[in-house]
Design a protein around this ligand. Structure first.
Ligand code: NOJ
Length: 568
């Protein structure tokens, strides 16, 4: 059975009409007092997620055994739980408890690379003729004739010795800085790492790797997970000829924020080879095998901004489906401006094949927080946008209370990206969740000596406990939006039509399902705007939470930084 249904049917699945909430487990709730969040902590907060917020699914960032060089995205065992977070039994309990509350559980699957501590890599690097050698991407240096290093071995670092052997096979760069090739002294070959050298890339051209990694998927499906978020999904297939990347076209650089040398190249050959689609068709077939009676889903992390290419990751009915949702990061790369945002949404709508379901993201564990990027008032406009567009929204933990980025002095920063490429640190958006006025904002028990990352200074003001009783708080606003999204089919499945002729600085669209029609009007500016609408309507919600009820739309004015939802 496959669960990509044509959009014309009445049958919508949980991952289409629902809302996903991302939990970064290290930062959600620490119950065992080690300063790091854990699975039991997430279980404790399930009532908050189901009753207070009313979300439909949680996505958990990695909780697997890991040396934590990249905070869990360096997996040392794909089928276990890191003791920091708990045990497999805790995970089973989490699934059971979540399902009791009709919350689906999506987990992170990291197929492009493992940790260098994974037994597969340990074996692979042990000798050139180890049976697992070809599970990773190993290659000889560019040949030099004659070798120039004879007798000078001791003077050089391993990387320099590789250079003396002829250097890396091509110019590929690691996202986290430096060459993507690391010289292995004992076996005298380079291995590929698209991120840290402690994150060697698996060789997905090897059928044994494919089988082992799909068995990982089966392992978790058997335990009851409802879906997978697939880390850097498009990276897994590279050019088999390993050609050099060309320099980046200059005009491209303004679009992708430059992050060091990595952006100096156009990444034509080190990721996204078309063979990737065959892998995700297989992956999808496994999910589909497990999708009766409960539909499972997948969401791929795909940083591709050519929308046709991006949309190809949905797969198609002829060759086979791939991801239920390729993450749509368009709003993260778009200037916060009504015209630009409308254009981004319209481009996505136009690029979607008829069988594809849209989705939107405004933040995650790699990006700045919304309140910091847009300011507190526009943060509400942003939430209204995210939760009223057509498609599945993903909310990052803490956004519901308006958490901000935390400035962490460089000497206290932990994220390897920021330490290697200045300005790119991600600790700032990963700080502990602010629950209450208790010590450590209720994130950790009192006896903890140190949290893994500092709390934001604003925790005594911005926390769930304060906001839950304040009817105009950010949390109350999110609760209303989430409740409306559940209540109105126009919002959770209806059509999207942008309205033309609106004042500059406003993005106005209609969501419609059968007889139900809602208008969402968002003012991206600090200046009031009169909307050229007609007839009567009923205001259902304002970002200011101070008006509702019937209005003559002709005289409707959007106040500065205001968004409203109108039933028309
Ligand atoms: C993308 C993840 O979102 C990020 O946090 C991680 O560092 C890289 N992939 C490498 O796995």
């Amino acid at each position: 059975m496959t669960d990509n249904r044509p959009l014309t049917t009445d049958h919508y699945l949980w991952w289409q009409t629902g809302v996903i909430y991302q939990i970064y487990p290290r930062s959600y709730k620490d119950t065992n007092g080690n300063g790091v969040g854990d699975l039991t902590g997430i279980i404790e907060k399930l009532d908050y997620l189901s009753d207070t917020l009313g979300i439909d699914a949680i996505w958990l960032s990695p909780f697997y055994p890991s040396p934590m060089k990249d905070f869990g995205y360096d997996v040392a065992d794909y089928v276990d739980v890191h003791p920091l977070f708990g045990t497999l039994e805790d995970f089973d309990e989490l699934i059971e408890q979540a399902h009791q509350r009709e919350i689906r559980v999506i987990i992170d699957w990291v197929p492009n690379h493992s940790s260098d501590q994974h037994p597969w890599f340990q074996e692979s690097r042990s000798s050139r003729d180890n049976p697992k050698r070809d599970w990773y991407v190993w290659t000889d240096p560019t040949p030099l004739n004659p070798p120039v290093h004879a007798g000078k071995e001791d003077k050089f670092s391993p990387q320099q010795r590789g250079e003396l052997e002829g250097g890396p096979p091509n110019n590929w760069l690691a996202v986290f800085g430096g060459s993507a090739w690391e010289w292995d002294e004992s076996t005298e070959q380079y291995y590929l790492h698209s991120f840290l050298k402690e994150q060697p890339d698996l060789n997905w051209r090897n059928p044994e790797v494919q089988k082992a990694m799909l068995d990982v998927i089966r392992f978790w499906l058997e335990r009851g997970v409802d879906g997978f978020r697939v880390d850097v999904a498009h990276f897994i297939m590279k050019d088999p000829e390993m050609r050099d990347n060309p320099p980046a076209p200059q005009e491209g650089l303004a679009f992708h924020r430059p992050h060091g040398d990595y952006d100096s190249q156009e990444h034509l050959y080190d990721k996204g080879h078309p063979d990737v689609h065959g892998v995700y068709r297989q992956f999808r077939a496994v999910l589909d095998e497990y999708s009766n009676p409960a539909p499972r889903m997948s969401v791929g992390e795909i940083h591709i901004f050519d929308w046709d290419e991006w949309a190809s990751y949905y797969g198609n009915p002829q060759d086979g489906f791939e991801f239920h949702l390729p993450f749509n990061f368009s709003l993260l790369k778009t200037a916060w401006d009504a015209g630009a945002v409308r254009q981004a949404v319209d481009e996505i709508e136009a690029a979607l094949p008829s069988w594809a379901w849209p989705n939107y993201v405004l933040g995650n564990h790699d990006e700045g927080r919304i309140a910091t990027r847009f300011g507190a008032e526009q943060a509400r406009v942003a939430a209204m946008l995210l939760l009223t567009l057509r498609g599945t929204p993903t909310i990052y933990y803490g956004e519901e209370i308006g958490m901000s980025d935390v400035d962490i002095p460089i000497e206290d920063q932990l994220d390897p990206f920021g330490l290697r490429v200045p300005g790119w640190g991600r600790d700032r958006c990963r700080t502990p969740m602010q629950w209450s006025l208790d010590p450590y904002a209720g994130f950790a028990p009192e006896e903890v000596s140190k949290l893994w990352l500092p709390l934001s200074d604003d925790w005594e003001e911005i926390n769930v406990e304060n906001q839950i009783t304040d009817p105009t708080s950010s949390l109350s606003f999110y609760r209303q939006l989430l409740a409306m999204r559940k209540k109105y089919p126009a919002l959770n499945r209806g059509s999207y039509t942008p309205l033309d002729g609106m004042p500059q600085g406003c993005f106005v669209y209609q969501r419609q399902e059968a007889e139900q029609s809602l208008i969402v009007a968002l003012n991206f500016t600090g200046v009031p705007k009169r909307l050229p609408l007609e007839g009567d309507g009923k205001i259902l919600l304002s970002t200011n939470m101070d008006r509702s009820g019937s209005e003559n739309l002709q005289s409707l004015q959007l106040r500065e930084n205001e968004g409203i939802i109108i039933e028309s």
